[in-house]
Design a binder for this molecule. Structure first.
Ligand code: SIN
Length: 545
């Protein structure tokens, strides 16, 4: 079903003035991209491109950790079943089994590279619990700084391995050609070198038979998110423009608990890890009532979609007149400051002492379960294009990701694609397809876009709200022009428009509630909808089927 909304067919950019040739080019520098680089590098020339500095993406901010079965009392089967249960009937069980089976090896691999996880009794590491997990199986570091330790470890390893890292460079669009036998395939990627203000210094083409997209999700299309500013869906938009399908885009996971600092707060909000509930904290409303009592057998440790929806419903009831946040009571947790040092600091920064006071929290966009349709080996429908990590939809998350499966997926999938490319590269192809005219929207449209997404396409979605979001996005798309000055922010804004348009089209099409897609007019999951929606751009329009 085509949406009425047009999106740019290419990003407008200056003519390329230089070329580089390599074996593998990677866009993105989180756990997935760095793992891919490391695995491919011993054999291949690898160029890793990131639009900011290496650590600017979501990986560095991950608090909870990495899910893996390391306790002999736990089992791979338990982890598989927990993942399938959280995924609301849309997981690919084979992909889940591969991920879960390879997760312990991924942890050991990171430790061999020098990752220092918090010490404990299971293979030397401590394990905690998070929502939807039937056992303690989350490996963590620095208490609540797990992602930062993974990022540090992989950054160092990638630099030591001789990967060519290019920071402040933006992957604009794929360059496409055809193989000798006429198969459409990737020839490389058009890249803008950015100046320190995000302006375009020059544009060139990196030719490579393999382009790996590892650019993460798109939390920044929402006004309030746990994601850092760089997470704008660039790689998914790039793949959509190249004609590659993305799947499950409507399933955006809202983390139940970011630190609430006022209803007008926008941008990246401080996360209050689910591990805080894993260690015993409970959710209360402003009248002191338990939010999760009677909602789910696992109460405060129910899967994330269940908790976020319960909080949203409770906020709508406005207990004690409070309709925009609830509270997390973590006062019962011993040694809170040592266990959660960065959360303690975030709270104290805004004048709340989590050791003695309730923490005000609300849901915010956190993780996207969908992405470019890909296998856990990163392969897509376009020869030479590989997608890993949050940018990919491999089927391991289904309609709702199980907590802490994502860093693990990044390392597992990144390593798998890197290793496969070290064994064999796709055929080198000459660039052939003539580019369509490019356009951009100005970066100041980002505010209207984010506000529309948060207001109308949040945890609970109404048909009128989805229509309103669609109309606002259409107006923004009308502003797309070749005359807009190309900058990082304009590239990002245009990618965000493409992604938001696809998300809204998918959310409108899915007339049921499942996982983290909840509609007020179709409150239950429907058997007929136990299927995936695919989004494509055809002639500049998003199509969903
Ligand atoms: C958290 O620490 O609550 C986030 C973990 C995750 O998103 O997997």
């Amino acid at each position: 079903m085509p949406s009425n909304n047009l999106v740019p067919r290419q990003l407008a950019a200056p003519e390329p003035t230089w070329t580089v040739t390599t074996d593998v080019v990677i866009l993105g520098s989180g756990a997935a991209g760095l793992s891919a680089a490391l695995a491919a590098r011993p054999v291949r020339d690898v160029v890793l491109i990131t639009k900011d500095v290496l650590a600017a993406g979501s990986t560095s901010w991950a608090q909870g950790g990495l899910a893996a079965v390391l306790d002999p009392n736990d089992s791979i089967e338990n982890h598989v079943q927990d993942t399938l249960e959280a995924g609301g009937g849309l997981c690919d069980e084979a992909a889940v089994r591969t991920l879960v089976s390879e997760a312990p090896t991924a942890i050991r691999y990171l430790m061999e590279l020098g990752a220092s996880f918090d010490p404990g009794a299971h293979e030397g590491v401590a394990l905690t619990r998070e929502g939807g997990h039937s056992h303690r199986r989350i490996v963590h570091a620095g208490g609540d700084q797990s992602g930062a330790e993974v990022q540090r470890t992989l950054d160092e390893s990638v630099r030591l391995a001789g990967v060519q890292v290019v920071e402040k460079a933006f992957g604009i669009d794929l360059v496409i050609g055809h193989t000798k036998s006429g198969v459409r395939a990737v020839a490389g990627v058009k890249v803008a070198i950015l100046d320190s203000n995000g302006g375009v210094e020059s544009v060139g083409i990196v030719y490579a038979p393999a382009v790996i997209v590892a650019t993460g999700g798109y939390g920044q299309v929402y006004a309030s998110t746990s994601n850092p500013p760089a997470v704008t869906g660039d790689g998914i938009a790039l793949a959509l423009r190249a004609g590659v399908a993305a799947s499950d885009l409507e399933f955006i996971q809202f983390h139940p608990t970011v630190l609430w600092v006022g209803s007008e707060a926008t941008g990246q909000q401080a996360l209050i890890s689910e591990a805080v509930r894993g260690e015993g904290a409970i959710l209360l409303d402003a009248a002191g009532g338990r939010v999760m009592a009677g909602v789910h057998p696992q109460e405060d440790l129910a899967p994330r979609d269940v908790v976020a929806a319960a909080i949203s419903r409770r906020m709508a009831e406005a207990p004690a007149g409070v309709d925009d946040h609830v509270y997390l009571d973590a006062r019962r947790i011993e040694n809170f400051e040592e266990r959660f040092p960065s959360i303690t600091a975030s709270c104290r920064n805004v004048g709340i002492d989590p050791v003695t006071e309730l923490i005000p929290v609300s849901p915010a966009a956190h993780y996207v379960c969908g992405g470019v349709k890909a296998t856990l080996d990163g392969t897509t429908s376009l020869q030479g294009l590989f997608v890993v990590g949050e940018a990919a939809c491999t089927g391991v998350h289904g309609a709702n990701r199980l907590a802490s499966n994502s860093l693990t997926e990044g390392v597992v999938a990144g390593t798998r694609v890197g290793r496969a490319l070290s064994w064999s590269l796709p055929e080198i192809v000459e660039p052939q397809e003539v580019e369509a005219d490019g356009a951009l929207i100005d970066s100041y449209h980002r505010a209207a876009l984010r506000n529309a997404m948060s207001k109308y396409v949040g945890v609970l979605r109404t048909p009128d709200g989805l229509e309103a979001a669609s109309a606002i996005l259409r107006t923004l798309a009308d502003n797309a022009s070749a005359a807009v000055v190309p900058t990082r922010k304009a590239f990002e804004a245009t990618n965000m428009l493409t992604i938001a348009t696809a998300v809204v089209a998918a959310a409108k099409a899915r007339t049921e509630s499942r996982g983290c897609h909840r509609r007020t007019d179709f409150a239950e999951p429907l058997a007929a909808w136990e299927r995936h929606l695919m989004c494509r751009i055809v002639d500049g329009r998003v199509e969903v089927d």
